[in-house]
Design a binder for this molecule. Structure first.
Ligand code: HEC
Ligand code: HEC
Length: 305
């Protein structure tokens, strides 16, 4: 104690002494430290009020902060959370602005301008891919190739039932298509159907019985079969009817590639002639806007080689 007095008021201690001379200073906290401490307390308080913070039963304090974003064309405001903030950022962020600008550019551009512009084409492909996955892949397969021949046409080969020009593909998507061929199993007998199948396969260079193919040709080109009305005399098909080209060895309904031998290939074609075809492509004019359909048309066309 005596020593402390000698040092004057310079150093205060708590007044306790251990082991004889071990004392504890009682210095005031440094100012910067104290203010930092208050600041963190104030920060925590604001944080709790603004953001979701404390658990209460099976919920939590939501905070008064909010995020506003767009969902299905309507503005939605929700309490602050990272998911909503991400959505908001994606909608207003610079990427979106870029995308928005490109969309407007593509909407205003002609088909020729788009396909001849590398940037617009890259944009069309990337957005087309997303639109295709969302709307079309359920039927046409991811990337445009269905798992099986028959139900849905393959869009990545360069054979088009309804035409591969931009306007034709656009029309297919806008209005949908009705692929129809009558069932001939009721009007022709098995022998005739067999002869027709031989003729049809001969058109694409298949290995067939020449006599049967010759008989099938007469049916195909004549009144009785009437196949030429839709498939034309050359067998190349008619886009206005969606009638398949039978000469290109590309099969959209008859599972000829799935057959292992000549007999199997004949049977696959017989089946289609006997049963006919009824396939429907839905129209999209109510579900997609004109720019999306434009993008998709160009994307789908680019799939087909
Ligand atoms: C419900 C199933 C289904 C969905 C979904 C669907 N399609 Fe189709 N699509 C079909 C069928 C079936 C056909 C064949 C019609 C026919 O036989 O003539 C077809 C035909 C087409 C054709 C014509 C092919 C040709 O050879 O001419 C195009 C192009 C096409 N679809 C694009 C699309 C696009 C793009 C979408 C998405 C916006 C889409 N389809 C969604 C079932 C579907
Ligand atoms: C009313 C028009 C019409 C007539 C008549 C018609 N077809 Fe078709 N045919 C079609 C259409 C349309 C398709 C394609 C259907 C689709 O893919 O949606 C088709 C598809 C086919 C296919 C399948 C081709 C493939 O790529 O898988 C064969 C084979 C065929 N027709 C043979 C015949 C034969 C043989 C006759 C005569 C007995 C005939 N068609 C008469 C409209 C017709």
């Amino acid at each position: 104690m005596a020593e402390q007095h000698q040092q004057g008021k310079a150093v205060q201690t708590t007044g306790h002494a251990w082991d004889g001379d071990l004392q504890e200073f009682n210095n005031p906290l440094p100012r910067w430290w104290l203010w930092s401490f208050y600041a963190t307390a104030v920060f925590a308080l604001i944080y709790w009020i603004w953001y979701p913070a404390w658990p209460i039963a099976d919920s939590f304090t939501k905070g008064i902060g909010s995020v506003t974003f767009e969902r299905n064309g309507e503005e939605v405001t929700t309490h602050w959370n990272t998911r909503a903030e991400l959505i908001e950022e994606m909608q207003r962020g610079s990427e979106t602005l870029k995308q928005q600008a490109y969309l407007e550019k593509v909407a205003a551009a002609s088909y020729d301008e788009i396909v001849n512009d590398a940037d617009m084409m890259a944009f069309t492909r990337s957005l087309g891919k997303v639109l295709f996955a969302d709307n079309c892949a359920a039927c046409h397969g991811v990337g445009g190739m269905p798992a099986q021949i028959g139900q849905f046409p393959n869009l990545i080969d360069d054979a088009w039932l309804w035409g591969g020009e931009f306007e034709q593909i656009q029309q297919t998507i806008v209005g949908g298509r009705n692929g129809f061929m009558p069932a001939f199993g009721e009007v022709l007998d098995d022998r005739q159907v067999d002869q027709l199948a031989h003729y049809v396969l001969s058109l694409s260079g298949g290995n067939v019985d020449a006599d049967k193919a010759a008989a099938g040709r007469i049916l195909f080109q004549g009144q009785e079969g009437g196949c030429h009305y839709c498939h034309t005399a050359s067998g190349k098909g008619l886009e206005s009817q969606g009638a398949a080209n039978l000469t290109d060895a590309i099969w959209t309904v008859a599972d000829v590639p799935g057959a292992t031998d000549d007999r199997g290939r004949i049977d696959a074609v017989r089946k289609v002639i006997a049963n006919g075809v009824q396939r429907q492509m839905p129209g999209w004019s109510e579900r997609l806007d004109p720019t999306q359909i434009k993008l998709l048309s160009i994307y789908v066309q680019s799939l087909g080689g």
